[in-house]
Design a protein around this ligand. Sequence first.
Ligand code: FES
Length: 79
Amino acid sequence: MIVCSCNVLSDKEVRAAVHTSASRTAKQVYGCLGCSAECGRCARTIRKIMDEALTGATCASACACCPKKASKTAPASRP
Ligand code: FES
């Protein structure tokens, strides 16, 4: 999902930047992805994605698409 329309950044790209570059600020994430904040409307969303990525938290609604939830509900291995 595109989270920054000015720079056409997806949530996956933001997560990858947090994990691969240990970015701790939104400015570092933009820099890692080769851009900078333009209008700033995405800053809150970028920060939320960063917080989730850094803490390993699931989204507030724990929706079915959440990768953390999917890993928790994986079927047990067979004996
Ligand atoms: S939407 Fe991200 S800088 Fe404008």
